[in-house]
Design a protein around this ligand. Structure first.
Ligand code: SF4
Length: 215
């Protein structure tokens, strides 16, 4: 079996509660969504087919026990589900970063999911697959809201309360889009909220810059 891959690389996990940890990344090609602020448009086309064995060889060479499967939208390729299961069988700690419009129902239970909930300014909020919120594993899964303005923040707050995400997930990530000018306003709203959330800045962009891939 194989997967269409944009890049495989070793770096630092840049967002989520795992930020700062060494991590191997397997970035799958393709995404049917078109979020306005997407920073991975280079994954929409192209890529190269890699067999599972070729990917496993690269990961072994990196020597890192944490692997993130990301995209594009990783769950849009059906072969990703057996691939995730094999990664878990091999003893890797596995993170899945998904845009939240594909069902997570087939993802191996041993993997941790970082699930996006798309906010209005993304232009894709209509496509959130809400049943995914009921499948969260409270001990390991995380929910991420990428926000650009106060309207997005208010939307996130409403969803957190409506779906009781503080009890349903390990972590709630509020992720301002890199480079926005109202970061202070959002940070202050988060600090005053009384919610159990984490302001989630993209560490890798501060280290390597916003447009550098494969780091
Ligand atoms: S789901 Fe992710 S990869 Fe797809 S368009 Fe949105 S941000 Fe980009």
């Amino acid at each position: 079996m194989d997967l269409r891959i944009t890049e495989i690389f070793l770096s630092i996990q840049g967002e989520s509660s795992h930020a700062g940890r060494p991590c191997s990344f397997v970035r799958l090609t393709g995404c049917p969504m078109r979020c306005v602020w997407c920073d991975s448009e280079y994954t929409f086309t192209g890529g190269e087919r890699f067999s599972f064995e070729e990917i496993f060889t690269k990961l072994k060479d990196f020597g890192c026990s944490l692997v993130e499967v990301t995209g594009g939208e990783p769950l849009a390729q059906k072969n990703v589900f057996p691939f995730i299961a094999e990664l878990c069988d091999k003893g890797y700690e596995v993170l899945i970063e998904t845009g939240g419009f594909v069902s997570t129902g087939q993802v191996d239970e041993r993997a941790s999911i970082i699930l996006d909930v798309k906010c209005p300014a993304s232009g894709e909020a209509e496509r959130n697959h809400w049943p995914n919120l009921a499948k969260l594993k409270p001990e390991k899964d995380e929910v991420k809201f990428v926000v650009t303005d106060m309207a997005d923040w208010e939307f996130a707050r409403g969803i957190i309360e409506e779906y009781d995400l503080s009890n349903r997930s390990k972590e709630i990530l509020i992720s301002p889009v890199h480079g926005i000018t109202n970061l202070t306003e959002i940070a202050e709203a988060v600090s005053r909220s009384g919610l159990k959330v984490r302001l989630n800045l993209q560490l890798h962009k501060y280290i390597w810059g916003a447009d550098v891939h494969g780091v």
